[in-house]
Design a protein around this ligand. Structure first.
Ligand SMILES: Cc1cc2nc3c(=O)[nH]c(=O)nc-3n(C[C@H](O)[C@H](O)[C@H](O)COP(=O)(O)O)c2cc1C
Length: 407
């Protein structure tokens, strides 16, 4: 799967032409239907949580170090016993195919080529089996609890992920209830999706997107087809009815017993919950506020990360997600106690802006920017990233929680 010279040239051109995620965002807004753009870019409530994620990351300063030999720089890192080219992963995005048709396959391909983790979601638009075939070395699987009463489908999905070879199972915690996303409500983009006249006009004027849709077909919740009985409407109704509740600790304990490989929980924002997860034998935590899509009042992940790292960092792997848009953010997260980071919208916007090559562009951009940031800090490897001198004005500092009682 080595890149051919023309691809290497194209990727280098793209890195010059689209140096930041905001460049991609502007182009994406022109190229895809408005309802799809809003679906990915929107957040819960008045989107203050969403805005906070970026502002909080930007407020973290790192004092650079100079006068050292910094070539070559090696941004690789070990996560759960496997060496990755860099500790930056692609976050799970439900119904990703609406933003760019074929998104799940393209993420899998980009992650495998770049050797970075791809945390594919329960609600992705390709099956876990297909993803693990495209990305056999780097597939992680994200799980939602369903159905609400006994989670038997989740257990089956976990078994499928295990059989397919997924290396890490990640249970998402932060969806105990459905939440309100005003942009989707205004656009009429609600489950089960029905295309109104306004949406059809938006689709007709988004030519590259419409062509990709014609080529790849209407996206569907591919992992759900085995349970919904098939069909587009039927599967959408099935998802509407069965997805949308949280994992409770007892259910996570059962999942932990079932899954033999490393397991993480995603959406931890409180040191008490981190303690509880570790007490259950969970191997890792993704500190995340779901990209500001669940609870508008939630702090930014980076602001609670140091406290969580102080509480459980010696006993589990910690990754940061929410608001991460470049390699400098990955370094910020690692300097404050994470072993790496995940990004969602940055990868989605790259696909929407650049089409099929977008996810590869983004993976390369992250690795290049992380390497450059390391050089600014006098680092040739990530081994001593915790020794960096940082300033983090908004960090939460009081661990005023009641330690959980765990039997
Ligand atoms: C459109 C969209 C769909 C998402 N779907 C899921 C999902 O199915 N499961 C999940 O755990 N997180 C989901 N997330 C949250 C992401 O995995 C991730 O936490 C978030 O995007 C990180 O913030 P960022 O986009 O600022 O990087 C979704 C996010 C977006 C934007």
């Amino acid at each position: 799967m080595d890149a051919v010279p023309s691809e290497i040239r194209r990727l280098a051109q793209l890195r010059r032409g689209f140096p930041s995620v905001s460049d991609l965002e502007r182009r994406a807004a022109r190229r895809i239907p408005r309802f799809a753009f809003d679906f990915i870019q929107g957040g819960a409530g008045d989107e203050s949580g969403l805005l906070r994620n970026r502002a909080a990351l930007q407020s973290v300063q790192i004092a650079p170090r100079y006068g050292r030999k910094v070539a070559p720089v090696d941004p690789s890192a070990t996560l759960f016993g496997r060496r990755y080219a860099a500790p930056i992963g692609i976050s799970p995005i439900g119904f990703d195919g609406i933003m760019w048709p074929g998104a799940t396959r393209l993420f899998a391909d980009a992650a495998q080529r770049a050797n970075i983790p791809y945390l594919v979601g329960t609600l992705a638009t390709e099956t876990i089996e297909t993803v693990a075939t495209i990305a056999p070395d780097v597939t992680w699987f994200q799980l939602y609890p369903l159905p609400a009463d006994d989670h038997r489908i989740s257990h089956h999905l976990a078994d499928r992920a295990q059989a397919a070879g997924a290396q890490v199972l990640v249970a998402t915690l932060d969806v105990p209830a459905r939440t309100k996303r005003p942009r989707d409500l205004r656009n009429g983009f609600v489950m089960p999706f029905r295309l109104g006249p306004g949406m059809l006009v938006q689709m007709a004027t988004a030519l590259p997107w419409s062509l990709a849709l014609a080529r790849r077909g209407r996206p569907n919740f591919a992992n759900m087809l085995a349970y919904s009985g098939g069909g587009y409407e039927q599967t959408a109704s099935f998802v509407q009815k069965n997805v949308g509740g949280g994992f409770e600790w007892e259910a996570l304990a059962r999942l932990r017993d079932r899954w033999p490989r490393p397991m993480m929980v995603k959406g931890v924002m409180h040191p008490g919950d981190a303690e509880q997860a570790v007490a259950l034998g969970i191997d890792g935590i993704i500190v995340s506020n779901h990209g500001g899509r669940q609870f508008d009042a939630a702090p930014a992940g980076i602001d609670v990360l140091p406290e969580i790292a102080r509480t459980v960092g010696d006993r589990c792997t910690i990754m940061l997600d929410s608001g991460v848009t470049g390699g400098v953010d990955v370094l910020r997260a690692m300097a404050l106690g994470a072993q790496g980071a995940f990004a969602g919208r940055a990868f989605m916007l790259a696909l929407a802006a650049l089409g099929d090559i977008g996810a590869r562009h983004m993976a390369g951009a992250f690795i290049e920017e992380l390497s450059s940031a390391m050089a600014q800090c006098g680092l040739t490897s990530l081994d001593h990233v915790r020794s960096l001198r940082t300033r983090h004005p908004d960090a939460w500092t009081s661990a005023d929680f009641t330690p959980p009682e765990v039997s």
